[in-house]
Design a protein around this ligand. Structure first.
Ligand code: NAI
Ligand code: MG
Length: 360
């Protein structure tokens, strides 16, 4: 019998519980097909936790996540809590959980589904075959460096600083090489080494580690050039690794290659194999409770959990393949439907993916 893996489920607010339910449905299908075993534990998080416990991240939820092998998160937030003070806002829980769990990298895949290409703003020839992942450093760089105002000769000045240690660069670069090994074995390291000292340290560190991964093809690319190449030759990228601010911008750019927000998965990883998996989208209060949200972003996030935390590549492949097959068969939720009168529900989409899964 396979070892039981503990998954902490924090579904949150709005469409969070609706889409998370469908991901759990698909994970249960994985148990049936492959004999893997999961134990789901549910905790309060976000707005609902504020209402019931007076804090967006209750201690018991944090403890539950810490003792789990992975976390599945829906989404948090909504107009009800928008005017709350900072400590009683759902987003404060999001920042808190990432920090408390020591998550230092964010993975954002951008996969172009052939049958949805027409929905993109770019040409089919450019997009065809695009399947890349941006690995973004999450806890260092200019977003976290000292920032202050001062009086200069020309009046008021503002200062932001960017700091990276060798340790911080090493751990994320190693993680990116490992991810590349599980994929097409190509790594693009993005920096601005022609002008930034942090980027020079970044590049030196990448070059020092690279000989440990002779099977991975390495490319260094300047961030401005990378922004252009993502629009010119997106299909040529496999894994892109970069620092915090560059990753913030490039991951959003890469996301727009693919079309709908309802399809975008993500993962945040810490030391070892622990990870938190969540859709990129928010709680979508405008459609919450209607049963029409697209669950594929969350289902694909669950597939990432199988691949990157549990090393169940076979099961991850079967989910991703089933998603392709369901889309190719013409099934669409409202957000990706051409003819909205034919759109299917959240629940139907989840069931179709589960039904299309095959042991590969
Ligand atoms: P949003 O992602 O929730 O929604 C943006 C638009 O995309 C809406 O029209 C929504 O209906 C649509 N949409 C989003 N996910 C969808 C899905 N799975 N299927 C179909 N349509 C989908 O972003 P918005 O409106 O800016 O924020 C709403 C709330 O979510 C706010 O309270 C915000 O703070 C929170 N939020 C939470 C995040 C998280 O939990 N990680 C991330 C982003 C926003
Ligand atoms: Mg952003």
């Amino acid at each position: 019998m396979a070892e039981v893996k503990k998954i902490a489920v924090i579904a949150g607010d709005g469409i969070g519980p609706e889409v998370v339910n469908e991901a759990i449905k698909v994970l249960k299908r994985v148990e049936e097909l492959y004999g893997y075993r999961f134990e789901f534990e549910h905790g309060l998080f976000g707005g609902i936790a504020i209402d019931e416990k007076g804090t967006p991240l209750p201690d018991e939820t944090l403890q539950m996540c810490r003792s789990a092998d992975a976390v599945l998160l829906g989404a948090v937030g909504g107009p009800k809590w928008d005017n709350n003070p900072k400590e009683l806002r759902p987003e404060t829980g999001l920042l808190g959980i990432r920090k408390e769990l020591g998550l230092f990298s964010n993975l954002r895949p951008a996969v172009v589904f052939d049958c949805l290409i027409e929905a993109s703003t770019l040409k089919r020839e450019v997009l065809e075959g695009t399947d890349l992942i941006v690995v973004r450093e999450l806890t260092g760089g200019i977003y976290f460096g000292d920032k202050f105002r001062r009086e200069g000769p020309g009046g008021e000045e503002a200062v932001d600083t960017s700091v990276y240690s060798v340790m911080e660069v090493e751990r994320i670069v190693r993680q990116a090489f490992e991810i590349a090994r599980k994929r097409r074995k190509k790594l693009a390291s993005v920096d601005k080494a022609n002008v930034l000292e942090t980027s020079r340290l970044w590049r030196e560190t990448v070059n020092r580690i690279a000989p440990e991964y002779p099977d991975v093809e390495l490319e260094h690319i300047l961030v401005d050039n990378c922004a252009m190449q993502l629009l010119r030759r997106p299909a040529s990228f496999d894994v892109i690794v970069t620092e915090n601010m560059f990753g913030d911008i490039l991951s959003d750019e890469a996301a727009m290659l693919t079309g709908s927000i309802g399809m975008l998965a993500s993962a945040s990883l810490g030391e070892g194999s622990f990870g938190l998996y969540e859709p990129v989208h928010g709680s979508a209060p405008d459609i919450a409770g209607k049963g029409i949200a697209n669950p594929l972003a969350t289902i694909l996030s669950a597939a990432m959990m199988l691949r990157y935390t549990f090393n169940y590549a076979d099961a991850a492949d079967s989910i991703e393949k089933a998603v392709q097959d369901v889309l190719n068969a013409g099934h669409r939720t409202a957000d990706i439907a051409v003819d909205s009168s034919k759109a299917i529900s959240t629940e139907q989409m989840g069931s179709l993916v589960a039904e299309h899964m095959r042991k590969v």
